[in-house]
Design a protein around this ligand. Sequence first.
Ligand SMILES: Cc1cc2nc3c(=O)[nH]c(=O)nc-3n(C[C@H](O)[C@H](O)[C@H](O)COP(=O)(O)O)c2cc1C
Length: 397
Amino acid sequence: MRLAGRRVVLGVSGGIASYKACVLARRLAEAGALVDVVLTQGGAQFIGPVTFEGLTGRPVLTSLWDRGPALAHIRLAQDAELIVIAPATANLIARAAQGMADDLLTAILLARTVPVLVAPAMNDRMYAHPATQQNLATLRERGWTMVGPAVGQLAEGPSDLPGRMSEPEEILVQVERLLRGPQSRLRGKRVVVTAGPTREALDPVRVITNRSSGRMGYALAEAAFARGAAVLLISGPTTLAPPPGIEVQRVESTEQLQQGVARAVKDADVLMMAAAPADFRPAAKGREKRDRAAGNTTLALEPTPDILETTKPFRRKGAVIVGFAFETGEKAARAKRKLTSKGLDLLVVNRADEPGAGAEVETNRVTLLSANGERELPLMSKRDVAEQVCEAVEALL
Ligand SMILES: Cc1cc2nc3c(=O)[nH]c(=O)nc-3n(C[C@H](O)[C@H](O)[C@H](O)COP(=O)(O)O)c2cc1C
């Protein structure tokens, strides 16, 4: 569990978006965090403490004056590793910016020394108001981190201005980054990840492609981001949603992918090549859609550029280069040779022929090869594989 035993105070103030705080509390608890929910007076109007107690398995605090543990505000401020406020109302943001301590949450915020993550949620005009903007600027100056707000549906109707609270998944990613980043060698590093298949056009309609879903690359991008890296994801065509917080550059063909990597690799500290670019493309692209009536057709294919090879001269000195190889059966042994021939620091060998591994599935079974030796990993989720790869990269940095 990625946040096992980590102590988080989740402050919930009085907005409709507090229903999303329930999902956030659940996700944090599932990730292993010990979540102490603190409700403001407004927050308690929307969701009762019983719901949060059920979701976190821990008592919920709602007032400075409750008969509970002595000096709860000081104790929570000391024990927490991170304070998350989601949703943060205009009122809570104003009170925090003024340094007020008129309820339990604001008192904790004054007594704390740990980072604070704020997810503002309010009507778009409340958010745009100079008073709110000034208060947020004050909090940013104090080093508080903001997530959102997003643009989209508000309780009162659609809006094309910011105000809506960020989704729990996006907040969770930022929580992870703040908690895990300080312990990671990837923090502040520039990581470039390639993902997905490429498409090579036969004619204006048809393409040659492969079964890569992009999941492994997207999981790597998320894992590196959660460790505090600045991530650029260069993605071939996939149906996956862009991971929150991560810069995504879309490409279609192997040649476009190669150009993207050549540009990005110049200042990359780490390059993870998880894309499955087509090795061949039609030697000539037809202008017209081929007609079936033409009968049997022979396709002439030519090899595409070898991205690792052609971008070698642009690599930054000391950069960690991670390659991925799809291999089946006996050919898996061949992968070892790639480590040296392609100038890789780490090679992740996908066993494409085993159940639950390779393309189009959520799980993978890989072997990690580096100068330090060979490590075979059991079948696990692609996100867990990504964690293992990031750990191996940290050791090489
Ligand atoms: C139905 C309803 C929805 C509200 N939604 C929001 C909101 O999304 N954002 C906000 O800043 N205030 C919202 N408010 C106003 C706050 O609840 C109000 O400012 C309150 O004083 C905040 O209290 P707190 O700081 O104790 O949480 C809402 C009020 C009501 C009655």
